[in-house]
Design a protein around this ligand. Structure first.
Ligand code: FMN
Length: 205
């Protein structure tokens, strides 16, 4: 019998653990979201042993700062066999947190029945979190105040106005915001001569 459940979930410690850049954290679940497998990197960053993880509901590592609506969106996609990418703040066994960009992928049998789900997680760039953190705080506040449906309305309206799915929104954040950040950093690190070259290349002056 599993000893880990919602009642004995760790107390939150407001301290981030940064996932190394090249690490990929993988977990596999059955169709109900019960963990069936996890790679060593996922196990190590979660702080649990593999024995503790396998057989547990994946919400074991749910961080209370995460808006519920995000998981609603994820489950609606993967149940429909549509893959989705989402930015997730997770809770470790020691109560600390880590951020990941997660690719949720559905596996089906020959009759197109879901047999399992796999999540592939990598570290997000800080620039992604600059947008996602306040967005999730707003969603959580709406959820606490007016319920999950109101949060979903807010999210869908926000995305509709942009003409993007949540996936597209995250992808554009990575491409637009982060690349601009990278250009600025490279520019700031350069010498005067290099800076001139930079402007020539990027801004045509
Ligand atoms: C393959 C897979 C991976 C998941 N990974 C996470 C995860 O890293 N963190 C998380 O909080 N929920 C994850 N979930 C979602 C959980 O199943 C759950 O919906 C979520 O934690 C919210 O919990 P709740 O429904 O009890 O509120 C994952 C689900 C699947 C199918």
């Amino acid at each position: 019998m599993k000893i880990l459940n919602k009642a004995n979930r760790p107390e939150v410690v407001d301290e981030q653990v940064v996932v190394p850049k090249d690490d990929v954290l993988i977990s596999v679940t059955d169709p109900k979201g019960i963990i069936t497998d996890a790679n060593d990197i996922f196990v190590s960053i979660s702080g649990y042993s593999k024995e503790e993880l396998v057989g547990a509901n994946h919400n074991l590592i749910r961080h209370p700062d995460m808006p519920r609506v995000m998981f609603k969106v994820v489950w609606e996609h993967i149940k429909d066999k549509e893959n989705i990418m989402a930015v997730v703040k997770n809770l470790r066994k020691d109560g600390k947190y880590y951020w990941v960009i997660t690719d949720f992928v559905t596996q089906v049998d020959e009759d197109r029945n879901v047999v399992s789900y796999t999540a592939y997680r990598r570290a997000p760039k800080t620039c992604v979190l600059k947008t996602i953190e306040p967005m999730y705080k707003a969603l959580k506040a709406i959820e606490d105040f007016a319920g999950i449906d109101a949060a979903e309305h807010f999210l869908m309206d926000f995305l509709e106005r942009r003409g993007e799915s949540y996936d597209d929104f995250v992808e554009h954040l990575i491409v637009n915001t982060c690349e601009k950040d990278d250009i600025r950093k490279a520019y700031e690190a350069g010498t005067a001569e290099e800076k001139k070259g930079f402007f020539n290349r990027f801004f045509g002056i």
